[in-house]
Ligand binder design. Structure first.
Ligand code: FE
Length: 348
């Protein structure tokens, strides 16, 4: 066997993504969508277009760090992120290539995409939405005890709250919106109240918080809606049992509405397969793909007028709730402020 050449070693180091050249009819995707049901989406796209999908999976922060490090040499064509303020941050940092697409403009409401700067194209498009809801122990609490985010800091919930790390993007975005609604000072007091009410130090993902409520370890928790829907629709009876034990509340219906986050996509600044990248994003906004987000991952479609049939989403009210319409960019801008507050109040 021949010794490995430096070039071959370099190629091996890049394994995980076979870098496609423009003539290869492929599209290279960096994806933070950690949902196994998305596999079918990618293969459907290849079947329909003949364009091969190469994918690198990481979390939002990992993808953005990688893009920055790779610079103009980056093989990434499409970026999929699962948090609105990360999309906004990447746009501000110039990591996206603004594009013009009638298909995307027609499909995705203006509130769910980047604001184009004078005729420059749109930097990113929301592709699905998720609500940050409250789940609670129906034996311990009534809906009216926990029907706003503010109430989760009430001293009567002392020792009851389960929540994942404050620095996780899902929470940073929620807290960024609270900062906008309540002001920084009241938000910091509220965050301190959440810390005082914790049943345990933050650990695990959203599903672990729901399970904590079902197991009686906590009385109330915060989760993205699709994690609860996933348990409701699980083929495992133990999961369905967990979902059955908890109540769910869409917060703040009598004030500004439930905090929503989006998952979205963009073309990478240094994309080599720009046309394929646009085709892929347009495909994700198509009724079939949007339906997949609803039925496969229990998210609400971002595209207008897409009908879907998901029993769990129906059981959660079918989307008939008031959602917070605060602009994504505002939530993003509050992130540094929020992280400083978390440090001061000891929210891990
Ligand atoms: Fe998630």
């Amino acid at each position: 066997m021949q010794p490995l050449t430096p070039l071959l070693l370099l190629a091996l180091a890049g394994a995980g993504l076979s870098i496609a050249h423009a003539q290869d009819n492929a599209v290279n995707i960096y994806s933070a969508r950690h949902y196994p049901t998305d596999e079918a989406l990618y293969s459907e796209f290849t079947k329909a277009t003949g364009i091969k999908v190469n994918r690198v999976d990481s979390d939002d922060a990992g993808i953005l760090a990688r893009l920055r490090a790779e610079g103009t040499a980056s093989p990434a064509d499409v970026i999929l992120l699962v948090d609105a303020s990360r999309l906004w941050r990447a746009e501000v940092d110039g990591l996206f290539l603004p594009i013009k697409s009638k298909v995307l403009d027609n499909a995705i409401p203006a509130t769910l995409r980047a604001k184009p700067a004078d005729n420059a194209g749109t930097a990113w498009f929301g592709l699905s939405t998720r609500a940050r809801v409250v789940v609670f122990d129906k034996n311990k609490f009534k809906i009216s005890d926990v029907d706003s985010y503010e109430k989760l800091a009430d001293p009567k919930l002392k020792g009851q709250l389960c929540i994942r790390s404050g620095s996780h993007p899902y929470n940073l975005s929620l807290f960024g919106s609270m900062t906008e609604h309540l002001g920084a000072q009241k938000t910091e007091t509220w965050l301190k109240g959440l810390v005082d009410n914790m049943a345990r130090s933050p650990k695990g993902g959203d599903t672990d918080q729901i399970k904590g409520v079902a197991a009686g370890e906590c009385g109330v928790a915060i989760t993205n809606s699709y994690y609860l829907a996933r348990l409701m629709r699980s083929s495992n009876p133990a999961d369905r049992d967990v979902a059955e034990k908890v109540g769910v509340v869409f917060s703040n219906q009598s004030s500004w509405g439930t905090h929503m986050n989006i998952a979205g996509g963009a073309v990478a600044k240094n994309a080599k397969n720009v046309n394929n990248a646009i085709k892929f994003l347009e495909y994700l906004a198509s009724p079939a793909a949007q339906n997949h987000f609803a039925n496969g991952n229990n998210e609400w479609p971002a595209a207008k007028g897409v009908s879907f049939d998901n029993p769990a989403l129906k059981a959660m009210g079918g989307g008939n709730f008031k959602s917070d319409l605060i602009p994504v960019s505002v939530v993003g801008m509050n992130q540094i402020k929020v992280q400083q507050m978390l440090d001061r109040v000891g929210f891990k």
